[in-house]
Each structure stands twice: as structure tokens, then as C-alpha cells.
Design a protein around this ligand. Sequence first.
Ligand code: 5RP
Length: 211
Amino acid sequence: MSMPKLQVALDTDDLPTAINVARQVVDVVDVVEAGTLLIYQEGMKAVKSLRALAPDKILLADCKTADAGGHVGHVCKEAGADWMTCICAATTPTMANAQKEIEVQVELYGNWTEEQAQEWLDNGIHQVVYHQSRDAKFAGQTWGEHDLNEVKKLIDMGFKVSVTGGVKPDVLKLFNGVDVYTFIAGRAITQAKDPHAAAQEFKDEINCIWS
Ligand code: 5RP
């Protein structure tokens, strides 16, 4: 079992704030994410700037693409991203066309089936993001056994599974002994008084549980 990676999700409303946080945590995290909300505000300029700031890190463009996968994949790659996201409601051809350009993560929200997931695998897509939505969390959703079982099921199918959605360090122990690919933390780091210390707390917890 390998050590889960740590990804910082930069969902800030402007690029200077994202860069300010990224500078503080880049030495701790494994993956830097240009968040969906940041991309809405700043477009691919955000991806380009984060690539310049973190040349040696994996860079994700979290564009949650629903269509025109090949085109969006090309744009993300040109901007310097290593990975991009497609929403699980996209058709498999959209995902497969994106995957021809850049590594795709399928973002799991709402309804999806095991049959669809198998089709993604059959089309060369090996990453999924198991996501508790921000709005579901506002409505009171918490992390628990159901999530653990879904994540394990996806890993058993052969996916690299990232886990996200209001994740705080104390959530990680739920996944003890599970081969989670990446934990993605946004607000727990970006809104912390000391983002570097917050990122380090995640990293220490990962090291403690998985080593
Ligand atoms: C929102 C996202 C976020 O990047 C992800 O949920 C992590 O952020 P947070 O830890 O703040 O929930 O994909 O669409």
C-alpha cells in the first residue's frame, strides 16, 4: 500500500489569494489544484500561474468538464496541468477524448452506477474522485461507513481513488488501512490562520496512519 498523497484545492475567488496560499504550502503538498471556483473567476490563467509557482508538483485543473473533452483536455494541458476532472454525468466518449490529451479524474457526484464505472475503466480512465459535495455538507452530511465502503468498492474495481469534500485531518482515520490515492483538502487549508501548519497537520496524520 502506498502513502496517500496530499492535494490542496485552491478554490479561492481570485488568483492573488490562491498564489499566496500555494506559496505557503507548496513544500508540503504533493498535488496543487486550480479549483473549480478559481477557474470560474480566473480561467486558465490560474492554471498557468500555479504551474509557474510549482513546476515540480502534480497540477490538477478541476474544471469538472461535461462536454468537449478533447478540446478542454488540450486547453488544460497547454496551460500546464497534468490532470483534469470530468463530471461523472459526462458521456464516456467525452471522458475518453479528454484522456487522449491529459490524465482524467472522474468526479463522482449524485448518481452513477458500477456499470458506468466499469465502462470508464474499459476506456482507460483509472482515476476517480469520491466527493461529498459542499452543499450536501451544508445540509449536514458527514463522513462515515457508507463512504468507506464506496471508496473500497472503487479501489477493488481497480481505480485510484481520491477523497474530498470538507475533509479535515480527523476524517482520515476512517480510511485507515485503505489504499486511498489522494486526500484533497480545500478550506481546511486555504481558510486556516496558518495554511502551512494546516497542510503539515494533514501530512503528519497521513504519515502517522499509513506508515
Ligand atoms: C469543490 C471542490 C473542492 O475542491 C473540494 O471539495 C475540496 O474543497 P473543500 O475541502 O473546501 O471541500 O471540488 O467543487
